[in-house]
Design a protein around this ligand. Structure first.
Ligand SMILES: [Mg+2]
Ligand SMILES: [Zn+2]
Length: 218
């Protein structure tokens, strides 16, 4: 199962939108205190306005969650069914909250996740671009059309440069680990790898993309 990317979505969404928007989960949608893995629904706390932001993003483009979840597998890299169940509960909770705000859409929220430990070098664990490729493939996305990645860690931003795709832009949010010393240092050292924008939270990220679209006339 080395290179296998896992995704939760019961059906394929028709894609008619102008952007593919991929959003990290921990530290971007929900609080993620350092050293804590959010695996249980009882530990899931929304970052203020994150669900609202997902509604906004879905009005702009085809929006999905991309997340590393190494705790989902055992030391041999095999998925633990109980952990998969817990992940699915959180995914359904996020989707239900988004749908409660946005009652008009029937669109499903997709979740692409890497369940592999780092040692497997699977290719889908961010900063590797496997989850991005999977989203592009499943939506038959034209790689010249806009793609956005939003996350709280430099590994989210690196997905763009590692992908080699021409139209990927990134937004770093300052929730989660987004304003950690590690993150700040990383971008000071690697000036060429900076995100397209840095904003306080997912809500501002949604507004940034909205503004950008209005300005570019799309
Ligand atoms: Mg994160
Ligand atoms: Zn993986």
């Amino acid at each position: 199962m080395g290179n296998q990317v896992a995704a939760i979505s019961p059906e394929l969404n028709p894609v008619s939108k102008k952007a593919l928007i991929l959003v990290d989960r921990d530290g971007t949608i929900n609080q993620c205190p350092e050293g804590i893995y959010v695996t249980d629904i009882n530990d899931f706390f929304e970052i203020p306005r994150a669900f609202e932001a997902l509604v906004e993003l879905r009005s702009i483009g085809h929006t999905a969650v991309i997340t590393n979840q190494a705790k989902m597998s055992d030391s041999n890299g095999i998925i633990i069914p109980e952990m998969l169940g817990k992940f699915t509960s959180i995914a359904m909770y996020i989707e239900n909250c988004v749908r409660m705000i946005d009652k008009l859409t029937q669109e499903r929220l997709w979740f692409y996740f890497c369940p592999h430990p780092e040692w497997m070098c699977c290719g889908c664990r961010k900063p590797d671009p496997g989850l991005l490729y999977e989203a592009v493939g499943r939506t038959h996305w034209d790689i010249n059309d806009d793609i956005w990645i939003i996350g709280d860690h430099y590994s989210d931003v690196l997905v763009a440069s590692r992908s080699g795709l021409p139209a990927v832009r990134t937004i770093l949010v300052q929730t989660g680990r987004g304003s950690d010393r590690d993150t700040v240092k990383f971008f000071q050292k690697n000036k060429g790898l900076r995100p397209t924008a840095t904003v306080p939270s997912l809500w501002e990220a949604s507004q940034y993309i909205k503004l950008h679209y209005v300005r570019s006339g799309k």
